[in-house]
Design a protein around this ligand. Structure first.
Ligand SMILES: Cc1cc2nc3c(=O)[nH]c(=O)nc-3n(C[C@H](O)[C@H](O)[C@H](O)COP(=O)(O)OP(=O)(O)OC[C@H]3O[C@@H](n4cnc5c(N)ncnc54)[C@H](O)[C@@H]3O)c2cc1C
Length: 512
């Protein structure tokens, strides 16, 4: 007789959910979400994350209840919650998705695995992204991604068999509030949950995608022009496979898209824009997993440089932060550096929880090069602010934009050039920094030219050492993207190209 607990984590949906589908084959089941103090107390957690989570749990509970499965929401250490639950419901199986999370969740998973072994509970985990556990070699990764995402979505089960004695009591109990969890209020969290995710996807593929490439770089247009699906991926209200397949279907449906995977360049000009946009978006979905794989393969990148030859380059890297760094960090976090584009972006982020890629990269580049700050503290601050915080993408990008990966071309953003290119009328700056141009606005905290010259000298000097060059080869071997190993022609070659590391908007190597 199989009795299972479906442990929901970063997969707050019922569609394309393998653990849930498997639970339908068991004799009795319960769904569980654990609000963990380890998460609430982690330096990356912000009230907006907790508020959004609670907004996702309500519709999830309704969807599960409609299928006969009660969702218990318990607060506490994962092992203690599981042990207490086992005294109420003698489960034999634990089903969940794999997670590539920060250090605390990795440690928690190890503790849960030990508990399961000791107590004779069989824990099965299913992948939900393109991340491959215990990956030996990056070769063939792209082809595997394609295969996994191309497989049919898992059907949502209808009649689940609830554990005896649970159904009514749990379905009527209220979810905890922010106040009960000791979390500050978080106003203005966007629409949350699976239905909101599908609505966002439909509005993107069904219309907004047309302007995607034109709108994604400027902070004035990106907020409405980007897909805005990142928090849905981070909390799993939509599965990566659902997104991938919906995008592929939109590519096939797009006007002028007849034939077997034609290159957008060969399309009629009036149809080209949408084709390029959809392909660009599809490529970004692969990057999502490409970056997560780096953290899966090397969990330490959350704390230490990819390139160990960069250790000690900045203070805070094995040494105490200096007073000047504290002052610079604080000004950067508060959006009062005296660089209007930087301050406007930081203030938008703090107010809304979202910023487009280019402006995120500019904020980090400014912290890393202009202010010469180590990436860890700014990274923690940004992780709190981003509603879509996804550790694998986040820490990889923090290091990429700080010049410590050893393999990516250094890319330094000039806030002045970004303002000229993406906010030429100053509309965005005026919106977020109304005091700009008045005596209330601070002077620039660094002299840009001098700061950049010093940063370049240190970094280019390091890159040219023999040790750094040798190490770069090893890092490329372990983490760098490469062609999938498929023949270099036709449809497969195009797929392989699309799975390589970011290019186009993210092209490296110039002063931006
Ligand atoms: C310093 C820094 C930190 C970042 N931290 C995160 C993070 O914690 N979580 C996160 O989801 N993204 C992160 N990004 C990547 C990117 O900025 C966001 O994915 C994007 O802005 C989210 O908005 P969107 O969903 O509208 O993106 P879109 O442009 O519409 O892209 C669609 C999806 O593709 C993926 N994607 C897009 N760009 C990238 C990229 N460069 N690398 C990997 N995946 C990408 C995301 O899943 C995104 O939702 C970070 C970028 C930088 C420079």
């Amino acid at each position: 007789m199989s009795r299972t607990v479906v442990w929901f984590k970063r997969d707050l949906r019922v569609a394309d959910h393998a653990p849930l589908a498997e639970a339908a084959r068991c004799d009795a089941a319960l769904a569980l979400f654990i609000i963990e103090p380890a998460w609430l107390d982690s330096p990356e957690c912000h009230p907006r994350h907790v508020a959004w989570l609670l907004k996702c749990l309500q519709p999830l509970r309704d969807e599960l209840a409609a299928r006969g499965l009660p969702l218990l929401v318990r607060t506490g250490d994962a092992v203690e919650v599981l042990a207490a639950l086992r005294r109420e419901f003698d489960f034999t199986h634990l089903f969940s998705h794999e997670e590539t999370g920060p250090g605390w969740s990795y440690e928690r998973d190890k503790a849960v695995a030990r508990w399961c072994r000791t107590h004779g509970v069989a824990w099965t985990e299913w992948p939900q992204t393109g991340v491959v556990r215990r990956l030996k070699d990056r070769r063939g990764w792209a082809a595997r991604w394609q295969q996994r995402m191309g497989a049919p979505c898992v059907p949502t089960p209808t009649g689940l068999c609830a554990a005896p004695g649970f159904a009514t009591s749990t379905l009527t109990s209220a979810l905890p509030t922010l106040q009960q969890l000791g979390v500050a209020p978080a106003p203005n969290t966007p629409a949350a949950g699976e239905a909101a995710g599908h609505a966002m996807l439909a509005s993107f593929l069904g219309g907004r995608a047309l302007g995607y490439r034109r709108n994604l770089s400027s902070p004035l247009t990106a907020q409405a022009g980007c897909s805005r699906l990142s928090e849905h991926l981070a909390f799993g209200t939509l599965s990566m496979r659902t997104l991938h397949q919906a995008t592929e279907a939109a590519i096939r449906r797009a006007p002028g898209s007849g034939g077997d995977d034609p290159s957008p360049a060969r399309l009629d000009p009036s149809h080209r824009e949408l084709a390029y946009a959809l392909r660009g978006f599809a490529g970004r979905l692969r990057w999502h997993c490409h970056f997560m794989q780096k953290l899966e393969d090397e969990p330490a990148i959350e704390w230490r440089n990819f390139a160990r030859t960069a250790d000690g380059l900045r203070s805070g890297d094995g040494s105490e932060l200096q007073a000047i760094d504290h002052a610079r960090l604080q000004a950067w976090c508060e959006g009062r550096t005296g660089f209007p584009m930087i301050d406007a972006c930081m203030r938008q982020l703090r107010a809304t929880g979202w910023l487009n890629f280019r402006m995120r990269a500019m904020l980090v580049s400014f912290a890393a090069y202009h202010l010469w700050l180590h990436w860890r503290e700014p990274g923690l601050f940004l992780a709190q602010q981003f509603l879509d915080f996804e550790p694998g993408i986040h820490w990889s990008q923090m290091q990429m934009q700080s010049g410590t990966t050893g393999i990516n071309t250094l890319r330094i953003y000039s806030p002045t050039k970004q303002a000229l290119d993406h906010d030429p009328q100053g509309e965005y700056v005026r919106r977020w920094v109304p005091e700009f141009g008045t005596p209330a606005y601070p002077q620039p905290i660094v002299e840009e030219r001098k700061a950049l010259a010093a940063a370049k000298e240190r970094l280019y000097g390091l890159r040219q050492t023999r040790e750094a060059r040798d190490e770069a080869g090893d890092i490329q071997q372990k983490h760098g993207s490469r062609k999938s190993g498929l023949p270099p022609s036709g449809k497969r070659a195009r797929q392989a190209r699309a799975t390589e590391a970011p290019s186009a908007d993210d092209a490296q190597g110039r002063l931006f």
